[in-house]
Write a protein that binds this ligand. Structure first.
Ligand code: MG
Length: 152
């Protein structure tokens, strides 16, 4: 039969083993989570207009908001967001490319307002039956014909 101190030592080393292993597992889980989040972020960066459009439709369906999404309402909402976007640049004078002297919070705010404009534009296009990706692609081609590059 084992003595009390021998049992305590065994228990102590068993506990240490579990603590060490659980930390190791935690580290692995964190690394795995970080890798998954990174993958997810990459996916989000490459998100398509169609996917955004689908998510906007789901968002509206879940809240029964499509009834408010008439083309006119969406246009006015988008113009309101353009106003919010303009407000960020108001009174700043000329702003250099890349916004080098801006606070992170201001850049984050800018990203949000740009997104508001984009999301309303996509929703407006959808409610008008316009395939925005297709229309924008055709417009770029049309612009290239209208304004040929000098070396062509
Ligand atoms: Mg906004």
């Amino acid at each position: 039969m084992k003595g009390a101190s021998s049992l305590a030592t065994e228990l102590d080393s068993t506990l240490k083993f579990y603590i060490k292993n659980s930390r190791h597992m935690e580290g692995l889980e964190n690394k795995q989570q970080a890798a998954e989040m990174e993958k997810e972020e990459k996916k989000e960066a490459d998100i398509s207009l169609k996917e955004l459009s689908r998510r906007l439709q789901d968002f509206a369906d879940e809240r029964d908001w499509e009834q408010y999404h008439s083309p006119r309402n969406l246009l006015l909402a988008m113009v309101g967001e353009v106003g919010e976007l303009s407000e960020i640049f108001m009174w700043r004078g000329e702003v250099p490319k890349g916004l080098p002297n801006w606070e992170e919070a201001d850049k984050e705010h800018l990203g949000e307002e740009l997104s508001d404009v984009l999301l309303y534009l996509i929703r407006l296009s959808d409610m008008c039956g316009i395939d925005l990706g297709d229309a924008a692609t055709k417009k770029i081609v049309k612009n290239a014909v209208k304004y040929p590059a000098k070396n062509n």
